[in-house]
Design a protein around this ligand. Structure first.
Ligand SMILES: Cc1cc2nc3c(=O)[nH]c(=O)nc-3n(C[C@H](O)[C@H](O)[C@H](O)COP(=O)(O)OP(=O)(O)OC[C@H]3O[C@@H](n4cnc5c(N)ncnc54)[C@H](O)[C@@H]3O)c2cc1C
Length: 592
């Protein structure tokens, strides 16, 4: 049997091969459906973990992924595969609850659903965050998770094609990344000049632990040498590796895990196995079971991991009882503490030839660019949507949004208090939900990357096929307005500078003024998700009154589990971009 299959029929055959149909036929030898590790979710974390665990020839691993295997050409081309709203994009999209703080608007949440998960459709930015991010995790009591503890795993896993080897950059890992220093948009040249004049320094390497807290650079991007997207599926589970390990690594795509089997005995809970069905609704009800000799590892993302725990009877008792799920373990933290970067875009009109919309308006230019990519791997099709990463700590901005402190001590990010809390994301395209046709668009998205607001994930029903109920909780903590206002002022200053230097930039969707009232109104009307959901199964103490943890520092679910159920949504508090971090957590986990 090939280790990689994709259609629903193949899944069904495969389910027969990797599990036992429920109710289990007692004549089946349990060895036939028992693995050492059963990994739920073949996404950013799951692919990496499946690869690492199956390095040991004595270890049998089953990886179960809800989405398909997508390995066609379009899924590799950055510009095409980075659009989660394209008709056939392998994503799950559903509405979160309407937000009172967004004038009652519901926002859509989006997750990748394919082998590779969200790393198959995201913006590809390989961004680790600052040393202070990890040192803060340590400060919260999670020993072993400080920056110097994790740096060796970053180095081991990556292969940077643009930076020299150093103590913090790796050249020999399976996950490739590179940087594109030449940005083909005229608007970005003006923006870079404006950043320099604003005192925001260029840095050679956004992932250097020595990069200053206020800095800008073209980001590292998860791409191979042909400029194809390097999702974690391509990096960690290439076909030759899957073939070589076919005896011990089974990958089941188009397959939906319904719940984890939890058994209690001798005062301890134990995750014994998982129940699953084909994702295709026509095969719903034909349920299968696989048993885990050692561990069930939950890597279903920050929105679905808590759903699966709750479906399995692990979560806040009152909620489980309300939905009619028998309680196995009363764990109040499951699904709480949802965090996401809060994004507010400023939208400007620019000449259409300076923006990505120039490709829509000019099919000849689009064809030429596509041909260039086909022949050379270069050009607009090879680039990320976001060509520059800009970070600024709001506490260094004065009330007019100007950088007021630039001392080396204040910019040293090894101290948690110096971490930037604002990311300004420039894009040469429309990043709003408004339809704007026939115009060139330039966007500065102000992202609050360390929000205090928190939301939650709860079961909408006991049906595992129903999407969970997501409350993004944006701006439930009013403190979040303060850095957002400063970020908007900084971005408006940058735009003003670009215009004053002669760049034809016209206001389209911007605040009516810079007083708090105008800015706050604009924030509520325009805020949106950044898709960076985390912390719904956070690492931390179970008895922490303010924010009870779900897993301990070895990523085992609290509650007496003798062996572990390990969710990936374990980030204890927010950091910069998230995919890179999730992968490192999974990379370091087996050695803990
Ligand atoms: C549009 C977009 C752009 C982004 N851009 C960036 C970026 O540029 N850089 C960055 O660092 N981060 C980015 N992110 C965030 C980042 O990609 C994610 O935070 C990260 O990939 C999450 O990893 P994960 O392993 O936790 O979950 P995922 O990668 O989402 O994997 C979860 C997997 O579990 C599967 N699954 C879910 N339910 C079940 C079930 N019941 N049974 C079986 N399988 C199941 C899913 O299909 C999925 O494949 C972006 C996110 C989005 C949506």
């Amino acid at each position: 049997m090939s280790p990689l299959r994709s259609s629903a029929t193949a899944t069904f055959e495969m389910a027969n091969a990797v599990g036992a149909q429920v109710p289990i036929d007692l004549s089946i030898d349990p060895e036939a459906y028992t693995y050492d590790f059963v990994i739920v979710g073949g996404g950013t974390a799951g692919c990496c973990l499946a690869s690492r665990l199956s390095e040991d020839p004595a270890v049998k691993v089953l990886l179960i992924e809800r989405g398909p295997l997508r390995d066609d050409w379009a899924s590799k081309v950055p510009l095409i595969s980075s659009n989660p709203y394209a008709k056939d994009a392998p994503v799950g999209r559903w509405w979160a609850q309407p937000l009172p703080q967004a004038d009652g608007r519901p926002l859509e949440v989006v997750c990748g659903e394919a082998l590779g998960g969200t790393s198959s459709i995201n913006c590809m930015l390989y961004t680790r965050g600052t040393p202070g991010d990890y040192n803060r995790w340590s400060e919260l009591g999670n020993n072993g998770w400080g920056y110097h503890d994790l740096e060796p795993y970053f180095v081991k896993s990556e292969n940077t094609q643009s930076h020299p080897p150093s103590e913090w950059r790796g050249k020999h890992g399976p996950w490739l990344n590179q940087t594109h220093p030449h940005i083909p948009y005229r608007s970005m040249e003006y923006l870079i000049d404006a950043l320099e004049r604003a005192g925001i320094q260029h840095t050679d390497d956004t992932n250097s632990p020595h990069a200053p807290a206020a800095s800008y650079a073209p980001p590292d991007v998860a791409q191979d040498s042909k400029n194809y997207r390097h999702s974690t599926f391509r990096a960690f589970l290439p076909p030759e590796l899957c073939q070589e390990r076919a005896d011990r690594l089974k990958i089941c795509t188009d397959t939906l895990v319904m719940r984890i089997e939890v058994v209690n005995g001798n005062g301890q809970a134990h995750a014994r196995g998982v129940y699953f069905e084909a994702t295709d609704y026509r095969l719903a009800g034909r349920r299968f079971y696989a048993q885990a000799r050692r561990e069930v590892v939950l890597c279903a993302g920050a929105l679905v991991s808590p759903q699966i725990l709750q479906l399995s009877g692990i979560g806040p008792r009152a909620h489980l009882e309300k939905v009619g799920i028998p309680v196995q373990c009363d764990l109040p933290g499951v699904g709480n503490h949802l965090q996401d970067h809060i994004a507010v875009p400023l939208t400007y009109e620019i000449p259409i030839e300076d923006s990505l919309h120039g490709l829509e308006a000019n099919p000849f230019k689009a064809a030429k660019e596509l041909l260039r990519y086909l022949l050379t791997g270069k050009g607009i099709f090879s680039l990320p949507f976001q060509p520059l990463a800009i970070y600024v700590p709001s506490r260094l901005l004065d009330s007019d949004g100007r950088l007021s402190v630039t001392s080396p001590q204040a910019l040293d990010t090894s101290f948690p208090e110096n971490r930037p809390d604002l990311e300004i994301m420039p894009n040469a395209n429309n990043c709003t939900d408004h339809e704007i046709t026939g115009k060139g668009i330039f966007t500065l998205i102000v992202g609050l990357i360390r929000p205090k607001s928190k939301g939650s994930v709860r079961l909408a029903s006991s049906n595992p096929r129903a999407r969970p109920d997501v409350d993004l909780g944006f701006l439930t903590n009013e403190d979040d307005y303060v850095p957002l206002r400063k970020g908007l002022k900084l971005s408006m200053n940058l735009a003003k500078d670009m215009r004053e230097r002669g760049y034809p930039l016209q206001d389209l969707i911007v605040p009516g003024g810079t007083d708090d009232g105008s800015l706050d109104r604009f924030i509520r009307q325009n805020l949106r998700t950044c898709y960076h959901y985390t912390s719904t199964c956070r690492m931390g103490r179970k008895d922490d009154d303010d924010r009870p943890g779900v897993v301990d520092k070895e990523l085992r679910v609290h509650g007496g589990f003798d062996e572990s159920t390990v969710p990936t949504a374990t980030i204890p508090c927010y950091i910069g971009l998230i995919g890179t971090r999730v992968r490192i957590i999974m990379s370091s986990f087996p050695e803990l």
